[in-house]
Write a protein that binds this ligand. Structure first.
Ligand code: GDP
Ligand code: IMO
Ligand code: MG
Length: 422
């Protein structure tokens, strides 16, 4: 039995979808614990490419059961779209996909408020406009609507009416628009769509407990990444949930004493989509090379991802905050072809050299990277499946990263089988 967490170690898009799909062949249950449809997890299986936003990446393994925990903000539009794609591909979801009744629901007004708020705020986050911030805001303000609430019509009508009144008041005072949201429209839309969803609702904490009692293996699927965590990330340029391993317990109802290990999914270089500090960001030809060779385009929004060198301070921070016990190192194939590869080992801040990452955006914005340089390699490694066959300089690069945490999986391409167990 293993109970492990797979967590993004940088700013998201590390290749979690690929790694979770790979690990889920050994998992009986895969559970999402936070975030919402802001996630875009890509899984490539032969000529098929799936991008999952709401449904756990484990769903593509026919023997694995998937669940969406209470810590997720549930986007029913995305969920239904993904169900359609999966069912059209012959992937059955009946009795193998579950949704916590205690997950908060992303309502249509959350997406509008997300957009409207970004428009007026000075320090724009560059959100995905999936309504994530506003949905978590309602949860914390104690006016959110949970899946279980939609299933109880009288209660749903009363909270939805009150919420719409409140949102309309806010919208009018902020943007001068009257009666922006209509109860009738939203209510009808929800009820129609919830008739599809109803059968998936089941207490996820109880499912986890059953699996634990039967000594089955569970994998928790992180979305976003450590530096987008609301507490430990580059605030305010973060998402609104606890993306780090700590989010698993509150986001699913599992006890911390049941978790055996944490695998950090870490890209061999760094990317970021959206705004905020990024010390090792590249604005030169190498940045362009990584962006083009790595196809660094956002899976949810289609925006280009900013690219930069590997940052050892971030890696060490991520290992500490998440308790990472091993790494899945992804996209190392993309670095092939560079003469030299730099690794950021310090931040120059005024007259000091910082050696530890700190989640303070206005300090990070003033930092300059301090680099060490490693030798690159010219070989294409995407067809290698045996660690010993990797070129010496690739092994040296991996060895360098292993100063932070042992590497368990080396990913050399997007396909399931383009993976090396070290
Ligand atoms: P996630 O959000 O962490 O699941 O990552 P995304 O799916 O948003 O982005 C990762 C992208 O890199 C996807 O297009 C993957 O298919 C691709 N990918 C994953 N692992 C590798 C790898 O080892 N090498 C290459 N070249 N591409 C990879
Ligand atoms: P996966 O799971 C990369 C970023 C957005 C923005 C910030 C806040 O695919 O790794 P939000 O819509 O959450 O309020 O946006 O977080 N962001 C991601 N960046 N990968 C993701 O998910 C992301 N989800 C949100 O670009 O900067
Ligand atoms: Mg992604």
């Amino acid at each position: 039995m293993s109970v492990r967490i797979a967590v993004g170690a940088q700013w998201g898009d590390e290749g979690k979808g690929k790694i979770i799909d790979l690990l889920s062949s050994g998992a009986d249950l895969v559970v999402r614990y936070q975030g919402g449809a802001n996630a875009g997890h890509t899984v490539k299986i032969n000529d098929k490419k799936f991008i999952l936003h709401m449904i756990p990446s484990g769903v593509l393994n026919k023997k694995t059961v998937s669940a969406i925990g209470n810590g997720v903000v549930f986007d029913y539009e995305s969920f239904i779209n993904e169900l359609t794609v999966l069912n059209n591909e012959g992937i059955d979801t009946e009795e193998r996909l579950f949704l916590s009744p205690y997950a908060h629901v992303v309502m249509p007004y959350h997406k509008e408020i997300d957009r409207a708020f970004e428009k007026v705020r000075k320090n724009k986050i560059g959100t995905t406009f999936k309504g994530i911030g506003p949905a978590y805001q309602d949860k914390i303000s104690r006016c959110g609507i949970r899946v279980v609430d939609i299933l109880d019509d009288d209660y749903f009508v009363s909270v939805l009416k009150n919420n719409i009144e409140m949102k309309n008041l806010t919208f009018e005072s902020m943007y001068g628009e009257k009666n922006k949201f209509s109860f009738d429209e939203i209510y009808k839309d929800c009820l129609d769509k919830f008739s599809i969803i109803r059968k998936y609702v089941k207490d996820v904490s109880l499912i986890i407990d059953e699996y634990l009692k039967q000594n089955k293996s569970i994998l928790f699927e992180g979305a976003q990444g450590t530096l987008l965590d609301i507490d430990h990330g580059t605030y305010p340029y973060v998402t609104s949930s606890n993306t780090t391993s700590g989010g698993v317990c509150t986001g699913t109802g599992v006890s911390p004493t049941k978790i055996n290990s944490v695998i950090g999914v870490m890209k061999a270089y760094t990317t970021r989509v959206g705004n905020g500090p990024f010390v090792s960001e590249l604005f030169d030809d190498t940045g362009k090379y990584l962006s083009e060779k790595g196809h660094e385009v956002g899976a949810t929004t289609g925006r280009p991802r900013r690219c930069g060198y590997f940052d050892a301070l971030i890696a060490r921070y991520s290992v500490r905050i998440n308790g990472i016990s091993s790494l899945a190192l992804t996209k190392i194939d993309v670095l092939g072809g560079l003469d030299k590869i730099k690794v950021c080992v310090g931040y120059k801040y005024n007259d000091q050299i910082l050696r530890e990452f700190l989640p303070v955006s206005n300090v990070l914005e003033k930092c300059e990277p301090v680099y060490e340089e490693l030798e690159g390699w010219k070989e294409d490694i995407s067809e290698i499946r045996n660690y010993n066959e990797l070129p010496e300089n690739v092994k040296k690069y991996i060895g360098y990263i292993e100063k932070v945490s042992p590497v368990e999986i080396v990913s050399v391409g997007p396909e399931r089988n383009q993976s090396i167990y070290k």
